[in-house]
Every structure is written in C-alpha cells, then in structure tokens.
Design a protein around this ligand. Structure first.
Ligand code: ADP
Ligand code: ADP
Ligand code: ZN
Length: 215
C-alpha cells in the first residue's frame, strides 16, 4: 500500500502518518525528518536544506526528489510506504509518478488532512518536535507523558526554528501556491480522500483507517 499525505504545514500529516505506519506495518517516510536529521548531523545536504527551511521556502525539487527516490528504493519500502511532506509540488509528483510507472506501480491513496489556516497558526506555536525520531506533540492538544521529553525515544523536545509565527505564515502561503494544486492532481487520478483534520487526532485516525480498510 502506497500512501501520500496531503495537507497544510501543521495539519497533522506527521501525527497520522506515524499511526498509519504502525498499524499497517509500512515505513513512515518524511522528507522534513530526513532534512532535519541531516541538519543535526551537519551534512552538506543539511547545510543546503537549512537555508531554505529557515526562510519557510521549499528545498529545490531536484535535491528533494533525489533524496526521496533514494529512500523509497530501500528494501523496507518494497511493500509500500506512507509519504509525509512529499510531494509538495506538481513536478515532484510527476517525477514520483514516472518512477512508479516504470515499476508498474502507483499511489493507492492520497489522504488530504483538511484544516483551515486559522487553526494552523494556532497549532504551530504549541508544537514540540523530537529531532531524533520525528515524533511531534502539542503542549495542550497532544502533550507528552513527561513535559519536554519524547514518549517514543526519551529525547528532548524542541520548538522547531521554522515554527515561529512569521515563518508559519510564509509556509502557509507557499502551501497554497505550490502544494494545494496536488489535491487536484490526485483527484484526477481517482485516489484522493479528504478527512476533517480539525477533530481530535484519534477521530482523524479513525476516519483514515475506515478509508484504508474499506478500499
Ligand atoms: P510540516 O510537517 O510542518 O509541513 P515538514 O517537516 O514536512 O514540515 O517540512 C519542513 C520544511 O522542510 C519545509 O518547510 C521545506 O522547507 C522542507 N521540505 C520538506 N519536504 C519538502 C519537499 N517535499 N519539497 C521541498 N521542501 C521540503
Ligand atoms: P504536519 O506533519 O502536518 O506538519 P503535525 O502532525 O506535526 O503536522 O501536527 C502539527 C501540530 O498539531 C503538532 O503539535 C501536533 O501535536 C498537533 N496535532 C496533530 N493532530 C492534531 C489534532 N487532530 N488536533 C489538535 N492538534 C493536533
Ligand atoms: Zn523521539
């Protein structure tokens, strides 16, 4: 099963992708997590990606596509994966499509987690992220068991550099301009499923599993 998560920054894609990955036994592939791991380790890729990320801009397609294709070519992705934060532009989606076609494969579901911009700005200030395992929490909506510590791996939680309100607004503008057109792209392929992302994370997950289990 190959799944793409669509939705604005902060819509809850990562939160849901982690749960999907666990329930269906497929890897959670997040380009944002891959970039942040590279920044943390001080690699050249990380240094380049950081200049764009800190500005709320997208990392160039060429670089992003290369990273993603390398990742999904790995053994653990043989039976499918859930992509979180990729594709983010039409050219990225087209390259992925082309690569899948060569293998006689396709994206089975594009899950659009729908949350209005007003809710997003509110949510991001409270987001805390684990840079080690990629888990995210929210100070009031989804708090960790111990304040400031990741439930999954015990690392310290941080406020991401790009989650400051000014950068969040820029990321939302970039989303509407470059990523939202993907809703139409996957709708035309007949694989788009939209869920209400404003309800509790548990309820969002139930809506998603209903879709995945029924189809
Ligand atoms: P969020 O979960 O808040 O949407 P991500 O972790 O997915 O954020 O992405 C953080 C940043 O990493 C993006 O703002 C962008 O700069 C970069 N990035 C991640 N994925 C992509 C992608 N597919 N194309 C271009 N840039 C990306
Ligand atoms: P994305 O990957 O789309 O950027 P995240 O999964 O990181 O989004 O979620 C963004 C923030 O909102 C995090 O702080 C997360 O804990 C919180 N969150 C996720 N889902 C919900 C929900 N259904 N209701 C309230 N807050 C949520
Ligand atoms: Zn962690």
């Amino acid at each position: 099963m190959k799944i793409v998560m669509l939705g604005a920054p902060g819509a809850g894609k990562g939160t849901q992708a982690k749960r999907i990955a666990e329930k269906y036994g497929i890897p959670h592939v997040s380009t944002g997590d891959i970039f942040r791991a590279n920044i943390k380790n001080g690699t050249d890729l990380g240094k380049e990606a950081k200049t764009y990320m800190d500005e709320g801009k997208l990392v160039p397609d060429e670089l992003t596509v290369r990273i993603l294709l390398d990742r999904v070519a790995q053994d653990d992705c043989k039976n499918g994966y859930v992509l979180d934060g990729f594709p983010r532009t039409i050219p990225q989606a087209e390259v992925l499509d082309g690569e899948l076609k060569k293998l006689n494969e396709k994206i089975d579901f594009a899950i659009n987690v729908d949350v209005p911009d007003d809710n997003i700005v509110n949510r991001m200030g409270g987001r805390r992220a684990c840079l080690k395992c990629g888990a995210t929490y929210h100070m009031t909506h989804l708090p960790p068991k111990t304040e400031g510590i990741c439930d999954s791996c015990g690392s310290e939680l941080v406020l991401r550099d790009d989650d400051k309100p000014e950068t969040v607004k820029k990321r939302l503008a970039v989303y509407h301009e470059q990523t939202q057109p993907l809703i139409d792209f996957y709708s035309k392929q007949g694989v788009l499923k939209t869920v209400d992302g404003t309800v509790d994370a548990e309820d969002v997950f139930r809506a998603i599993t209903d879709i995945l289990d029924k189809n």
